[in-house]
Write a protein that binds this ligand. Sequence first.
Ligand SMILES: [Zn+2]
Ligand SMILES: [Zn+2]
Length: 469
Amino acid sequence: MRISFYGGADEVTGSRHFLEADGACILMDCGLFQGHRRQAIDKNRQFPFRAKDLSAVLLSHAHIDHSGTLPLLAKTGFSGAIYSTGATQDLCNIMLMDSAHLQQEDAKFFNKIHQRAGDTERIEPLYTQEDAGRCLELFAPQDYEKPVIVSDNVRAHFLNAGHVLGSAMIMVEASAGRSAAPRRLLFSGDLGRRKTILMNPPKPPKNIDYLLIESTYGGRVHDPLEKTEEILAAIVRRAADENGKVLIPSFALERTQEVVFILEKLRREKRIPEMPLYVDSPMAVDITRVFQKHLDHFTIDPEFKDYINDMDDPFGFKTVHYVRSVEESQRLNDLEEPAIIISASGMCEGGRILHHLRNHMGKETTTILLVGYQAHGTLGRRLMEGATKVKIFGLEHDRWARIVTLHTLSSHADKNDLIDFIERLEPRPRRIFLVHGDPEDRLSLAGHLKTAGIGNVEVPKFGDTFELD
Ligand SMILES: [Zn+2]
Ligand SMILES: [Zn+2]
C-alpha cells in the first residue's frame, strides 16, 4: 500500500487522500479547499492525479470540505463508483447542489465586477448544477459495517464515526498476495466525541496497521456538554420576560438539528415558556427531513431512544415553524412577540441570518447565541469578540444585543477524545498520520501522543507520499 496526501494535511479543509493498494487507486474524500487565498482556488481547480485513473472513491461524510470537489471529479473524467453511506448520499444530494449553485453565483458576481471595472478577467464556475447532477448518479450507497468490494484484493468498510448524520470512518483492507497477511488502514474521517447529543460515539476497531486520524481540536478541550440545556433554557426564559428575540446563526447540517432537538426537549419538559421557534433556512429544512428519514442512525442512549419512541417527532415537524419561502422569511421582520430564530450561515457570512441580525441587533432585548465555530475574519467572529459596531451589506450597525457563545456543542473529538480513541486501538497501529488540522493543533496532538508513549506519529504535508509495507 502507498498513501499520498493531497489535501486536508496541514490544514482543516480539502480532505483528499490517495491510496494505492494492489493495483487499485482509491481516493478517500474529495473535499473543497475553503478560504479566499489564491492557493485554495488553484488547489480546487486541478487534481494532482488523473480522475480517470481512479478505481473508486470512498467518501467519509457529506461536509463540503470532504465532498465538495466530487462534481469536478465527475466533470474531468471519473466515472467509477462513489461509495458512501445512504444518509451521506441523501445529504450530498442537497449539499452538492447547493455548493454548485454557490459556485455559479460566485463566478457570475466575479465576472460582473470585472466587467464593470472594464477589464477582461473572467472565470468559469468550478462546477455547475449539471456537473453535480452527473456526480450524484455515481453514488453507490452502502450500509455501515458491511464489506464493499473495491477490487479483487481490496475491500472497504464504513464504520460509524459519530460526527454528523451518515458520517463514517473508512477501513480499507488489502491483501498483499497469497502468503502475506492482509493490511488494514483506518481513515477516521471527521471523528465525533465520546458524548454527543444525537450521534453514537465511534468505536475503535481492532487490528489496524495504519491510522489516518483527524486533529481539528488536537490541542484543545471542549466545554462539557451537560451545561447546554441550562444555558439555552436561561436565554429563552429571559427573552420571554423581556419580550425579546433569540437569534441563533447555525450550520444547516447537524448543529441546527441539535439545537432544535434540545429546544423541543426543554419545551416538552416545560423548562421553557411556550415561544415560537423558526428554522429559517431552506437547506436546513431539507436536511432536517433527511434526519427524520434516518432516525434509526441516532444515539443508542436509552433516554434518547425512549424520547424518540415517545414523541416520534424529535425535530418538531408538528411544532417548529420550518421556513422555506422568501416571503415567509421576510414576514419574520414584523414579528412583535418574542421568538427564537435559527438561521444560516453559521458564521454570519451570508444567508438569511444577516437580515435578522440587521433587524434585531440594535435592541438590548435581543440575544445572539453563537453555537458553532467562528473562523477569523467572519462577522460571527467579530460578534463573538464583542464588536459594538459591525457592517452588514456595507452599512454600519450598532450592536446592543447580548452575545452569548456556547462552546459545548462541537461535532469533533477534542484532544482527550482523540487520545482516548488512539489508546483503545488494539494492537497499537504501526504508523499514525495526523490529518485535518491546523499546524499548531497537529503538532500539539503529536506532542501529547508522544508523552502518552505513542510514537510513529507522522504529520504529513501536502503532496507527501508514504510506502506502507
Ligand atoms: Zn465534517
Ligand atoms: Zn472536515
